[in-house]
Ligand binder design. Structure first.
Ligand code: DDH
Length: 290
């Protein structure tokens, strides 16, 4: 990988685009798993407890590195290691979030606003002292609308933002050895689009008969597609559904709303000071303890 000029984040984005093609891995692209890395790095933020989020890159250490919800994300982290090795000036936390943004763009999606300045925990000890117990904060695909609102409400997202963010399931797939679920949501899972919403509304989804966890299926042009119970909740819930309908009908609106919501997600808990960096403040200091 090339070493780029310190602070040239556009050049890093180009480096990320160079490692997207991964023959032999999934659908030939690291793009979807980069997007999931950025999301899971950020998605354990709590507005109330004021902890979690992408700053610090806590997923390199327990409890996040061993959280079953993060199974498989080591693939994304390893695909990015050569870039990190050649450019030690960029923090893991900035690289992970920027990789998600670069992947969305390269797969035909919108440009998500992104700012640098995240810093990294220098040890697992520092991570646990700063973050405490953060496992179990990511959504469980087997659950319903109330659970989705609990999880995303904790981060400060509205129903509209929840539905927009869920459109990321136009990318990638479920892996039986990671989540237990199986298969992609759309026919072309390396193209960012509003297909996920269209398929939710237009296909007949039936429970899959198999040994794995409960999920829905439909066959499109010989390909078996899937939906999680949480995906189906978006059309079953009367407040979520109108947003699914809007995004299915208007890809431009989906792209615009997705870019804003994903940009908000990767900023959660990132508080830069006047140096432009987001310092890592430990838990006791946050709670005002000496
Ligand atoms: Fe997701 N997601 N996600 N997801 N997600 C999975 C894969 C991917 C849920 C469950 C799963 C978002 C929201 C939810 C992506 C992006 C986003 C898998 C499969 C499960 C399970 C993992 C595996 O087996 O490898 C649930 C539940 C929710 C919810 O309740 C709303 C959001 C908000 C995003 C986002 O990026 C904004 C992506 C991309 C993938 C595909 C990963 C891959 O490796 O391929």
């Amino acid at each position: 990988m090339a070493t780029v000029k310190e602070g040239d984040f556009n050049a890093i984005k180009e480096e990320v685009k160079k490692v997207l093609k991964q023959p032999g891995y999934d659908d030939g692209s690291a793009g979807p798993v980069f997007v999931r890395l950025a999301w899971h790095a950020s998605g354990n933020y709590s507005l109330v407890e004021h902890n979690g989020g992408s700053n610090g890159a806590g997923m390199r250490f327990p409890p996040e590195s061993v959280d079953p919800a993060n199974a498989g994300l080591h693939h994304a982290i390893s695909f990015l290691l050569p870039i990190q090795a050649a450019n030690s000036w960029i923090s893991h936390a900035d690289l992970w979030t920027l990789a998600g943004v670069a992947a969305i763009e390269a797969m035909g999606g919108p440009t998500v606003p992104w700012q640098p300045g995240r810093t990294d925990y220098d040890s697992g000890e520092a991570a646990s002292e700063h973050r405490g117990e953060l496992a179990d904060r990511l959504p469980d695909g087997a659950k319903g609308a109330d659970h989705i609102r609990d999880v995303f409400g904790r981060m400060g997202f509205s129903d509209q933002e929840i539905v927009a963010l869920s459109g990321a399931h136009s990318l990638g797939r479920c892996h039986p050895d990671r989540s237990g679920f199986d298969g992609p949501w759309v026919v072309n899972p390396t193209r960012f689009s509003n297909q996920y919403f269209k398929l939710l509304l237009t296909r007949k989804w039936t429970p899959r008969k198999w040994d794995g966890p409960f999920q829905y299926e439909t066959i499109v042009a010989g390909t078996r597609l899937m939906m999680l119970p949480t995906d189906m909740a978006l059309i079953e819930d009367p407040k979520f559904r109108p947003w699914v309908e809007k995004y299915a009908a208007d890809q431009g609106l989906f792209f615009k709303d997705f870019a804003l919501a994903f940009g908000k997600l990767i900023e959660l808990g990132v508080e830069r000071d006047d140096t432009g960096f987001a310092k890592l403040v430990n838990k006791a200091a946050r709670e005002g303890k000496p």
